[in-house]
Design a protein around this ligand. Structure first.
Ligand SMILES: [Zn+2]
Ligand SMILES: [Zn+2]
Length: 890
């Protein structure tokens, strides 16, 4: 392809929409089991069909795409399998809201028509996020896209359910679950948001039958007392010992309930006596099981009190609360009421206060399934990055509770269980049975519950590959190579994939689990819609371009941290991409037909050998960082190489070689080689801009996406060259710093003497004198062993009048001040600046010493002021030191 000029300014919009369709059409994203290459396989954490891209997706999926693109360029046949989760409750609510606008409820349609309606919604508006993943440039194999409700995955779900049932690992039983009376379903812990809210604590007396004082209990939910079946106290609590084993009278209903002893009672809470309501509190449910107490359910599925609630039957739970409190007060049983901070769980979907409810649900027995999963982490078949998660994993797995997998929804995988209308036999089967296997009856009623969404996503690593059939894909791509996701779904998803993968696909689903943190706002606070500090990644893309957002996400990818995302960082990385663009544009405009490197490494001047050697080191470091999931390090290495070493140093040096008939072409060849390879190294992070530039450079192959990832080349590695160039750069930097400190005009040539008492130093500096002179803009450049004014008391000597000096790498630089600047004027300027600094400091300190200011001002204003004082202190020290230097020198 002919090289053509790049646009003057980099406009992400012009570039980024162009490449994705080209790549997709060329089939670069598609895995090929017959490729003969080694394979690299990974599955996406399937986003919800109702979802749209949020910053959490953008973070975790960018790190995945960086990994996948890097592996693909490194010669692997890569499979990154995309999919969508049917998101039972979220999706059902979306469609219910639609129906509500038409004045309908799902019951008006009936189950089948409602399901059809959800499918229709899915076809028309579901999966918007998939298109957003394309905008982000993610190289997913769309030919293998799956949906957790598609026929293949539904078949896998039924197969796993039936096998678990046959193995005795699924059972049906009564249990306390989180219940949303608005959504009318059980919720998993994940679907409940618990926050402390202001409430009240009511102290209620349960008298004795014979009129004795009885016992006082404290509760935040007085209406539940109607379901009490005991009062519990700590066995060692002297206050209540007398009553243990004796009955007290339940207020309102007058039922006799026993006082029991159990060590779970917290003596410090309230009066040290707690009411036991087994059907409406998870801890009480467990206590009741231990103590053999009955459970009385007092509410229906919509939290309306039922026939067990006596006079309050038919009332809503909160209405009943008011009535009961009033009645207790009338009867003198309300001892006191106090304000109290109540931890309150709300339904994540609708905000309704969750009611713990005893109900019949389906469960998976987790302990037998967890054992092999624990062993796999113990013997290293599964490892966690960061490693600290191993402990959390073990703690959870070793104390695992049975998994409530049933949900009272219409959207999801309906549980494949039928009850015979004639003999009540429960039949679990892969397909609907024609007749009852026990009595032959033909009327079988299917279970109405569906499965928890995580049940199907727990099968994702193998159900997406065709399991239970032994497909080519399953054999080639299972287990995958790594699981990358946010740590917030370690238990809900990752642990369940491990458990189910080991049971059903015969092996751990992945040998490594990489858990990234959660992106915070620039102050380090958790992002949330309610707080309004959440960030829409597509809005960031609109402002800065996809590549800048991707670079930012990669740079934030330090394992074990919750990184803070700031506008400043985004702008900084956007500037980086501009810098790369401008450097490429400069090179393209200066090429004179150079295509391939044509040089002998050893014959190149030091700066060219240095940049080539630095690039090998870069290739080594980036590869190492990516292997260890240190995305932040990979980004930082690439950034500094491009910005500092390549653009700021090498391009500046290279320009001076261009006119030379021998060095010119060789230097351009080196520039071209370094740029082209750097683009390939950057491609996994910033795919669009690198493809755009790469296509204009002389290159091999049709796309940078499938070009080889650069490996370090041993014959271009030279540690000594790197050290030598490093020393030259430090020398030049020291001279530049002197110039900057005294504000010497950039174009003005200055004279420098280097005092180098050691011969090896003077030899080195003399050898590289021309380079130093060029880079530092020098006139006279002298290297001497001793300066004439050296005093014997000091090894390097004090500065002679008329010199500025700077020590670097064992030598002293002396800059003749004569005529460089007006010393008196410079001293006056600095003295004035010092005065200004001191004035501002005094005013700030005055404020900070005032307790009223510190108390009343916003915390960020106070911390800003403190920060400014620190800045000023530093500045003051610098200016004062320069002034002293000028005093000595003049
Ligand atoms: Zn709800
Ligand atoms: Zn039957």
């Amino acid at each position: 392809m002919a090289t053509t000029e790049l646009a003057k300014a980099y406009e992400p919009k012009d570039v980024e929409s162009r490449w994705y369709p080209v790549w997709e059409k060329a089939g670069y994203f598609v895995a090929d089991p017959a490729s003969g290459k080694p394979r690299f396989s990974i599955v996406i954490p399937p986003p919800n069909v109702t979802g749209s891209l949020h910053i959490g997706h953008a973070f975790t999926l960018t790190l995945q795409d960086v990994t996948v693109r890097w592996k693909r360029m490194s010669g692997f046949d890569t499979l990154w399998l995309p999919g969508l989760d049917h998101a039972g409750i979220a999706t059902q609510m979306v469609v219910e809201r639609q129906l509500a606008k038409e004045g309908k409820k799902k019951e008006d349609l009936g189950r089948e028509a409602f399901e059809a309606r959800v499918w229709k919604w899915k076809e028309e508006s579901g999966g918007r996020i998939l298109n957003q993943l394309r905008i982000m440039g993610y190289s997913l194999d769309w030919t293998r896209e799956r949906f957790t409700m598609d026929p293949g995955m539904s078949r896998a779900v039924r197969e796993v359910f039936v096998q678990l049932w046959e193995q005795g690992l699924i059972y049906r039983g009564y249990y306390i679950v989180n219940w949303c009376p608005r959504c009318v379903t059980a919720l998993s812990d994940l679907e409940v948001e618990t926050e402390t809210e202001p409430g009240q604590l009511w102290h209620i007396r349960y008298p004795e039958k014979d009129g004795g004082p009885g016992i006082v209990v404290a509760t935040t939910r007085p209406e539940t007392l109607l379901g009490d079946t005991a009062v519990a106290v700590h066995p060692d609590d002297e206050r209540h010992r007398r009553l243990i084993g004796r009955p007290v009278l339940l207020p309102v209903l007058g039922r006799e309930i026993p006082v029991v002893a159990d060590t779970f009672v917290d003596r410090e809470f309230g009066t040290g006596a707690v009411k036991i309501t087994p059907a409406h509190d998870p801890n009480d449910f467990l206590a009741a099981q231990r103590l053999g107490l009955p459970a009385i359910n007092i509410m229906d599925e919509r939290a309306v009190l039922n026939e067990n609630a006596g006079p309050y039957a038919g009332q809503d739970r909160f209405e009943a609360r008011k009535g009961i409190v009033a009645q207790l007060e009338r009867e003198g049983l309300l001892v006191k009421t106090e304000p109290y901070q109540v931890p309150l769980g709300r339904c994540q979907r609708c905000g309704t206060i969750v009611e713990p409810r005893l109900s019949r649900q389906w469960f998976v027995k987790m302990q037998p399934l967890a054992e092999p999963a624990i062993a796999a982490a113990e013997d290293g078949r599964i490892g966690f990055v960061p490693e600290s998660w191993t402990k959390t994993y073990f703690e959870w797995m070793r104390n695992i509770r049975d998994w409530c997998i049933s949900r009272q929804l219409w959207w999801g995988h309906r549980i494949p269980a039928w009850t015979c209308a004639k003999c009540d036999e429960l039949v679990v089967a892969r397909e609907a049975p024609a007749s009852c296997p026990k009595c032959g009856g033909g009327e079988l009623v299917q279970e109405t519950d569906v499965l928890d969404t995580w049940f199907s996503s727990g099968l994702f690593p193998f159900s997406t590959l065709g399991w239970p059939d032994k497909t080519v894909d399953l054999q080639r791509y299972y287990p995958s190579d790594v699981m990358m996701t946010g740590y917030d779904i370690l238990f809900f998803w990752v642990a369940r994939m491990i458990v189910l993968g080991m049971r059903f696909a015969g092996d751990v689903p992945f040998p490594v689990v990489f858990l990234n943190g959660l992106v915070r706002d620039e102050h380090g606070d958790k992002m949330s819609k309610t707080k309004g500090n959440d960030v829409d990644p597509l809005e960031l893309v609109a402002r800065h371009g996809t590549d800048a957002v991707r670079f930012t996400m990669t740079a934030l990818g330090a394992p074990g941290t919750n990184p803070a995302l700031s506008e400043q960082r985004l702008a900084g990385y956007r500037a980086f991409i501009n810098k790369l663009w401008n450097a490429s544009r400069f090179l393209l405009m200066n090429l004179e037909g150079e295509r391939a490197p044509s040089y002998v490494f050893e014959e190149l001047p030091l700066p060219s050998r240095w940049i080539l050697s630095r690039q090998q080191e870069l290739a080594r470091k980036v590869r190492e960082a990516l292997t260890e999931f240190r995305f932040d390090q990979a980004a930082s290495e690439l950034y500094h190489f491009v910005w500092d070493e390549f653009c700021d140093w090498y391009i500046e040096i290279a320009k001076s070689y261009f006119p030379d008939p021998v060095e010119g072409p060789r230097t351009r060849a080196v520039l071209l080689e370094v740029l082209e390879k750097t683009l390939r190294m950057l491609h996994p992070v910033i795919p669009y801009v690198t493809e755009e530039i790469w296509q204009r450079l002389p290159h091999e192959g049709e796309s940078i996406m499938v070009a080889p990832y650069p490996q370090p080349e041993a014959d271009k590695y030279d540690v000594e060259d790197e050290a030598a160039m490093g020393r030259v750069m430090r020398l030049v930097t020291a001279i530049r710093t002197l110039r900057a400190t005294y504000e010497v005009d950039r174009k003005r040539r200055i004279d420098v003497t280097v005092v180098a008492p050691q011969e090896k130093d003077s030899t080195f500096i003399t050898a590289h004198g021309a380079l130093v002179r060029h880079l530092a803009g020098l006139g006279e450049f002298l290297v001497v062993a001793h300066a004439p004014d050296t005093q014997p008391t000091s090894p390097l000597g004090a500065a002679a009048p008329g010199f500025l000096r700077e020590a670097v790498d064992g030598v002293e630089l002396r800059v003749a001040m004569a005529g460089l600047f007006d010393v008196a004027a410079e001293k006056a300027r600095l003295t004035k600046e010092l005065g200004k600094i001191e004035g501002e400091m005094a005013s700030l300190k005055g404020k900070l010493d005032n307790p009223q200011f510190v108390e009343r001002a916003k915390p960020e204003v106070v911390s800003q002021a403190r920060h400014r004082v620190e800045e000023l202190t530093e500045k003051k020290a610098k200016v004062a030191a320069t002034l002293r230097e000028l005093d000595r020198a003049s």
